[in-house]
Design a protein around this ligand. Structure first.
Ligand code: GLN
Length: 547
């Protein structure tokens, strides 16, 4: 039976609760324990799938096809444990489950209330798979005091009472602001935040305090005294150069020891942090650097491409290189010469995206990379725009485009090289969709396998002809153009097992030009970089030598 660690936040948002949870998960693994991490989000969307990337950052997709919060990406990158549909929930999902049960008559005529019906639904969610791991880490999104968060805080309070003493602990993350005028780290906001938490019946066992520098002994003692925690359970979380230094840094500050102490686990098993030492060494001692351009639409908010940025860093670590990421807005050079914006980069990556805006720029980026023989990685929409570019400029289909763009304009301007997929095979059943379907959860989502052509670049990179990768898209390259495109030099080197859905394309006459319909970035880890990103950065390195 799992022990539960509930992670809450106070004072301000964006303190890195997700990272702290992920790093703690990694530290418990380093001590030999199995872990699972979960995110409970108070917003009312049923899932983040329909939220704008500008609003909420990237949507992280799990193997089993859930569209989840980007914190699940951190959890996977730090622990290597594949997240599941049941590792992410929102108020929207909880309420929708409760209301569905009410309509079905499951509550036998009772009046439905936040306590106990909503809180019971939350508790049932927390319990899923509790006998599978040693530790279950549950992060509550938002900040203590938020109205929407209250049912979650109440649910975890009840949950800890339902369990035997010592099976649940609470960890609270706060900020210690530094006031320049007095030269002091201030503890008052943390005291207030803990007061708020205690007013709803939760007493934190561990305080993790974000600050620019370390916490002086005097402030640590003050926090312990006023917040009713042990001094050794006040953990300093100072700003780091890289998120991947977090496990070692938290270990040095005593976080994992404090957690094991709170559970009275003695003697604590010794940690093996060699994996993280190696990660830190690769990050801090690169032997050079490469400049990569990400040509996208959501470039103002880097979180929109979180996993891609991380996967590029991992690819750099595999090659002992620092990857300098340059964000280029695809719209800026649609009416200009892309040369001004794209020359000088050692590689170009076009990420996924939705809607027509910016796509002509992305098509120009693919053309630029093809003609200048710059390594190119197109992901999802970035693959689709690369195929459109080849169709227009190599195969002579001058009005090639995607149904997605026509669909938005309400008229037909393009030959639909990329079409709206309405039926496909998943495992051993067929999935059907209609244009009028709801937007939420109706894309081709989650892990699908692909068969790679023997002797292709991708088969060499993966060192296999059979792969499984995660998808999130509605549109697909129309296989009926395959022959025509292959004749002009665009090879379909990865296909769905039934041969109907193009999964990977590559250019025959190019040092490194690959487009993938899936999202390889979601599976990359700092200690296990994804082969496509590892090889992409290697190609960038080879090019950089020619500059
Ligand atoms: N908008 C495209 C589609 O739905 C690509 C999606 C993506 O890049 N994730 O097919």
């Amino acid at each position: 039976m799992a022990r539960f660690i509930f992670i809450t936040g106070g004072v301000v948002s964006s303190l890195g609760k997700g990272l702290a949870s992920a790093a703690l998960g990694a530290l418990l693994q380093a001590r030999g324990y199995s872990v699972r991490l979960r995110k409970l989000d108070p917003y009312l969307n049923v899932d983040p799938g329909t939220m704008s990337p500008f609003e909420h950052g990237e949507v992280f997709v799990t193997n089993d096809g859930a569209e989840t919060d980007l914190d699940l990406g951190h959890y996977e990158r730090f622990t290597g444990v594949s997240a599941r549909m049941t590792d992410s929930v929102s108020s929207g999902r909880i309420y929708s489950n409760v209301l569905e049960k009410e309509r079905r008559g499951n509550y036998l005529g009772k009046t439905i209330q936040v306590i106990p019906h909503v809180t019971d639904e939350i508790k049932d969610f927390i319990k899923i798979g509790e006998d599978e791991v040693d530790f279950m880490l549950c992060e509550i999104g938002g900040t203590v005091g938020d109205i929407e968060g209250l049912p979650f805080f109440e649910a975890i309070r009840q949950f800890s009472q339902d369990k035997k003493r010592g099976e649940c602990i609470f960890m609270h993350l706060t900020l210690l602001p530094f006031v320049k005028a007095s030269g002091e780290l201030k503890t008052k906001p943390t005291q207030h935040s803990v007061k708020e938490l205690r007013s709803i019946g939760i007493s934190p066992d561990i305080l993790v305090c974000r600050s620019e520098g370390s916490i002086p002994q005097k402030e640590r003692e003050k926090l312990a005294l006023f917040c009713n925690v042990r001094p050794e359970s006040v953990i300093s979380a100072k700003d780091l150069n890289s998120i991947y230094e977090a496990p070692i840094s938290y270990h040095n500050e005593g976080l994992d020891q404090a957690v094991l102490d709170a559970f009275t686990i003695t003697p604590a098993p010794k940690p093996d942090l060699s994996k993280w030492e190696d990660v830190k060494d690769r990050l801090n001692n690169p032997e050079g650097h490469v400049n990569v351009a990400i040509v996208g639409k959501y470039t103002q908010l880097e979180d929109a491409y979180k996993s891609i940025a991380e996967a590029l860093t991992h690819g750099g670590m595999a090659n002992r290189l620092q990857v300098k990421i340059n964000w280029v807005d695809a719209e800026t050079f649609e009416k200009e010469d892309p040369e001004i914006y794209l020359s000088g980069f050692h590689a170009i990556l076009v990420p996924g995206g939705f809607g027509e805006r910016g796509t002509e720029g992305k098509i120009m980026a693919a053309k630029f990379a093809r003609e200048h023989k710059i390594p190119y990685l197109g992901i999802c929409l970035g693959m689709q725009t690369a195929v459109i570019e080849s169709a227009r400029n190599m195969a002579g289909i001058s009005n090639a485009g995607s149904e997605e763009f026509d669909h938005e304009a309400g008229k037909r301007r393009f030959e639909p090289i990329i079409y709206h997929l309405k039926e496909w095979v998943q495992g051993n059943h067929t999935v059907s969709r209609k244009v009028e379907d709801d937007k939420g959860g109706t894309m081709r989502l989650g892990a699908y396998s692909a068969v790679l052509a023997k002797g292709s670049c991708v088969a060499k990179i993966y060192n296999s002809t059979s792969i499984e990768e995660r998808h999130r898209h509605r549109y697909e390259v129309d296989v009926k153009y395959r022959k025509e495109l292959e004749k002009s030099g665009l090879i379909f080197s990865g296909m769905s097992p039934d041969g109907r859905l193009p999964e990977i394309v590559e250019l025959s006459d190019h040092p490194w030009f690959i487009g993938v319909q899936f999202h390889p970035e979601l599976k990359s880890k700092p200690f296990d970089p994804h082969p496509l990103f590892r090889d992409f950065i290697k190609a960038a390195k080879d090019i950089s030598r020619l500059f």
